[in-house]
Design a protein around this ligand. Structure first.
Ligand SMILES: [Zn+2]
Length: 301
């Protein structure tokens, strides 16, 4: 199996909440119904352990998350009310990115059908992110697989501020983020490479910037593994995106990122990251296409 899901760990949210919890189960159903994947391709990941989490997050923060003692302000910044299931889901979602990365090292690619929780910092969470899954996976593989050069390619429309902060001054993990200049987070961190785009940026301009930034990322990082955050939220129909990419443009983005990695024989773990389309089926379409594109590119060889 190479597609890891945590949608069975649903956390209780009020009905008006804007986090699209239903998106993840829909994505798995969509992929199964399309006939490109069978039930054996999907797996529930192990939860990440405290030891794996504390290679990224401080023990004090982990203790508050696990013990349910996050302050009201901390919970508000995360955007979820605390619950046992929030903790379990966060552990499983990080576990899915770790499992996908391990799979990538043997198969070329693997995917988390959720994850991409890039707004989680060492000592705090925000923007629907509790633990930083890409950072936890990177640290774990540095330990167990001896990797020394990993690149995070963050194409979610929001800056990967938590990831940038966690790996600031660390040459072993290169952080690249391409995002909306005027979008959340309004106070940005410094990634190893940031590309900031104006509101309303469309397909051609986006892809022009991405192509050169991707080359620079792979040149400078000499990555042995990439972690790709394939956010669906640069989409023109996204409620939180502010950019104007079409589905066709997002498909070309995925082909560019995954095709470039495959051509250089760099394994990739894919996480879905954001996607908040007016019609959630549009976000599901975009995420499903990312997975099918990876299968087509990596399984063709
Ligand atoms: Zn986002």
């Amino acid at each position: 199996m190479h597609l890891f899901y945590s949608d069975v760990f649903v956390l209780p949210l009020p009905s008006h909440h804007r986090f699209p919890m239903g998106k993840y189960a829909r994505l798995r159903e969509r992929l199964l119904a399309g006939g490109d994947f069978g039930v054996d391709d999907f797996g529930v990941p192990a939860a990440v352990t405290d030891a794996q989490i504390t290679r990224v997050h401080c023990a004090d923060y982990l203790g508050r998350v696990v013990g349910g003692t996050l302050s009201a302000a901390e919970q508000k910044a995360i955007g979820f009310p605390w619950s046992e299931r929030m903790v379990e889901r966060s552990r499983r979602s990080s576990g899915a990115t770790l499992a996908a990365a391990r799979e990538a090292l043997t198969r070329g690619w693997g995917a988390n059908l959720a994850g991409g929780t890039h707004h989680a910092f060492r000592d705090r969470g925000e923007g629907f992110c509790v633990f930083n899954d890409a950072a936890i996976a990177a640290r774990a593989l540095q330990g167990e697989a001896g990797l020394t050069r990993i690149a995070v390619i963050d194409c979610d429309v929001h800056q990967g501020n938590g990831t940038a902060s966690i790996f600031a001054g660390d040459d072993s993990v290169f952080t690249f983020s391409i995002h909306g200049a005027r979008n959340f987070p309004f106070s940005k961190e410094k990634s190893d490479l940031d590309v900031e785009l104006a509101d309303g940026t469309g397909d051609d301009e986006y892809l022009w910037h991405l192509e050169s930034a991707l080359d620079e990322t792979l040149e400078r990082s000499r990555a042995q593994l990439a972690i790709y955050l394939a956010g669906a939220d640069p989409f023109e129909g996204d409620r939180l995106g502010r950019l104007k990419l079409t589905k066709r443009g997002l498909a070309r983005r995925d082909e560019m990122v995954l095709g470039t990695l495959a051509a250089r024989a760099i394994p990739v773990a894919i996480a879905m990251a954001g996607g908040y389309a007016q019609d959630i089926e549009d976000s599901v379409d975009i995420h499903a296409n990312t997975i099918r594109t990876a299968q087509r590119i990596f399984e063709a060889a």
